[in-house]
Design a protein around this ligand. Structure first.
Ligand code: WT7
Length: 645
């Protein structure tokens, strides 16, 4: 068997789970033996959750790209590592073998090195979904630089904040990106982000859209020119930098309940072992299978299950540049048939959006290559689960509902395809190595009695190899965010149910983090952006149930002038101005679905906004806003209710 650690039965899952909890070091140490290490680790695990400090395979020396590329060359160098399907179905797709990918990564590693990139340097990557994005990511890992991929939908201001936080010295970008009918001018956004920047030395620009760009002498370089230099020198290999298992591999920014996004840091060894292990087990990957994860590499799902998990397993990973509805709503199904995709991994929001087009787009599609379907990013409702299973999977493919987070590196709770039971809308069982508990508001572990289903805040008692190690440049923030709410435990920020079988159902965030179409948005961050608009006095943002996006964004805004009508225009015009501000400060993904102008917000006497009341109103549950007697001015509630959108 190609993956000796691939679980093959429910009984084996139970046995492995038991072993992993009794002896985590023994369990993960054995799995880690299946990878290429230049030197074995000194100790499998060393940890405490008070600092917090987590070290896996410390002293072990490796380069993750030797595991993703070099070690596959001999046996299946001619196998496709990556299939790329462009945005426009008329454009030709690309198939890149392991040999070819190895060579391209080596060449770009030389480009990075020639331009001064060294081990530990931070490289910001802001590109569309083209193979060069994965190549840039892997080349950073090969030279030992820390990549920080920023999703192409973020604004110049967001990039500037991230560049500053990471003190990044290099950027890899594209002239532009194709996404559906749109053409996003990435380089131009980077140029704006660099106004006033003092750290960035070089910007490497890959050609994709041929949108006009301004190339600044001494700073900006074309990817293709740099590659040509390496080619003329006849360089095809690049000796990978030797990394410690605990050296940082990447930073990925994500939103929390307070302040600016934080830079989640993952390290080389543990992250590699964990993404590979979960990839192989959750999807039950078999050699030769075509794996299609529809996420963007700008999010953790893309890092773990387009790039590192699949490639470290020698799999064929499919990279799709476009969107599910362009040129029409059969795009995913056409791709599945075109490449005979075996595993399809997408988000509930995409499924719900495609459901809205009816069964027409599925007509005449075979989809008979599919073996496993997966979802990720947000709770999946039963209706969407059944539609996916029935109309896409033809009742013949297990559906895995994978629950995890940017901070967890890989999947923590999920069924394993065809191995452990699937229950619609339940993520079900924890991966081996994970002791998950539910706690009440006071931090008391909720003990299950008999057959009852319990409900509480989801926490984890100990480390797994893929856990974040710190938040970049601010370890204390990591401690307070994840390890201080419930001392001795990692707090996920999610609420969950646990039933008599030990299955978990995730009910959603219990903190001030929204999950809109599977994208994480902090309410505080969004309020800060809204408050920057000159006419805004104050604002409060909450989520509400949304049929397609899972959660929609509802903003309550106190605007100077009377109820959104001032000399600058009508309420509708002011809404557009606010959206423009949000697009500038964060990105278009954070635009509210509803903006209601109010004259006051429900506040306690100490000035705290009672979001609970706003949430009820946004949900439309006007009669159940609860006790409002502690408010400074209870009359605002009536006014807000009357103005509900
Ligand atoms: C939050 C993490 C994991 C990659 C994509 C999102 C929610 C994620 C599920 C699921 C219910 C889910 C949680 C989590 N979430 N997967 N299968 N069922 N909720 O990563 O941006 O870090 O967001 O997404 O609320 O905390 P992220």
């Amino acid at each position: 068997m190609p993956y000796p650690y691939q679980i093959k039965s429910y009984d084996q899952y139970k046995a492995d789970y038991k072993k992993s909890i009794e002896d985590p070091a023994g369990f993960w140490g054995e799995i880690a033996e299946n990878f290429t290490w230049r030197k074995k680790w000194d100790e499998v695990l060393n940890w405490n959750f008070t600092e917090p400090k987590v070290e896996w395979f410390k002293g072990g020396k490796l380069n993750i790209t030797e595991n993703c590329l070099d070690r596959h060359l001999e046996k299946h160098g001619d196998m496709p590592a990556m299939i790329w399907e462009p945005n426009d179905p008329e454009e030709h797709h690309r198939i890149i073998t392991y040999k070819k990918l190895y060579e391209k990564v080596c060449q770009f590693s030389h480009v990075l090195k020639n331009n001064g990139v060294k081990k530990g340097d931070r490289v910001c990557i802001y590109m569309g979904m083209i193979p060069e994005l994965a190549i840039a990511v892997l080349a950073c890992a090969r030279v030992g630089a820390i990549h920080s991929v920023v999703f192409g939908g973020f604004s110049a201001q967001s990039i500037a904040d991230r560049l500053y936080d990471a003190q990044a010295e290099y950027i890899v970008t594209c002239d532009g990106a194709f996404r559906g009918a749109k053409d996003i001018p990435l380089k131009s956004v980077i140029d704006d982000a660099l106004i006033g920047n003092r750290t960035v030395k070089k910007v490497i620009v890959c050609t994709r859209t041929r949108t006009p760009v301004s190339m600044i002498k001494g700073r900006d370089l074309w990817w293709e020119d740099e590659i040509k230099k390496v080619e003329t020198m006849g360089l095809h290999d690049f000796p990978a930098e030797e990394m410690d298992a605990e050296d940082p591999l990447f930073i990925l920014y994500t939103s929390g309940s307070t302040g600016k996004p934080k830079g989640v840091v993952h390290t080389c060894g543990g992250y590699m072992v964990y993404t590979n292990y979960t990839f192989v087990n959750v999807f039950q990957y078999q050699p030769g299978d075509i794996h299609f994860c529809t996420a963007d590499i700008g999010w953790i799902t893309g890092h773990s299950y387009i790039v590192y998990g699949p490639l470290s397993a020698g799999a064929t990973t499919l990279l799709f540049e476009g969107v599910p509805t362009f040129p029409d709503a059969s795009r995913f199904w056409d791709i599945v048939d075109k490449f005979k995709v075996n595993i399809l991994y997408t988000a509930p929001t995409a499924i719900r959006s495609l459901m809205g087009y009816g069964l027409g787009p599925l007509q005449g599609k075979h989809l008979n290559s599919l073996k496993v379907l997966g979802t990720v990013g947000e709770p999946i409702n039963e209706e969407a689960w059944h539609w996916y299973s029935e109309h896409v999977g033809k009742n013949n493919c297990p559906v895995v509902d994978t629950w995890w987070q940017t901070e967890t590196g890989g999947t923590l709770i999920s069924n394993m395809a065809g191995i452990t039971p699937a229950v619609p809308s339940w993520a079900t069982l924890p991966m081996p190595g994970l002791e998950m508990v539910l706690v009440d508001e006071k931090g008391q572990e909720i003990i299950q009695e008999g057959e009852e289903t319990i409900s509480g805040n989801l926490c984890i008692k100990g480390p797994w190899p893929g856990i974040l190690r710190t938040t970049y440049g601010d370890h204390e923030r990591c401690r307070t965010n994840y390890f201080a709410t419930y001392p001795g435990m990692y707090f996920t920020g999610d609420g969950a149910l646990k039933d008599k079988n030990g299955f978990f159902r995730i009910t959603g965030r219990v903190d001030d983090v929204l999950n809109v179409s599977g994208h994480r948005i902090g309410t505080a961050e969004l309020e800060n952006a809204i408050n920057m608009h000159s006419g805004v006095v104050e604002s409060a943002v909450v989520g509400y149930p949304h049929d397609i996006k899972g959660q929609g964004i509802y903003a309550f805004v106190i605007y100077q002038g009377s109820h959104g009508q001032d000399t600058h225009g009508t309420a509708e015009m002011i809404r557009k101005d606010l959206n423009q501000t949000i697009t500038r400060i964060i990105g278009a993904i954070a635009k509210p679905d509803k903006i209601q102008f109010v004259s006051g917000l429900p506040k306690t006497r100490s000035g705290k906004i009672m979001r609970r009341i706003l949430r009820k109103i946004a949900e439309g549950d006007l009669d159940n806003v609860g006790d409002i007697s502690t408010l400074l001015d209870p009359t605002v509630v009536e006014e807000i209710k009357r103005g509900k959108l």
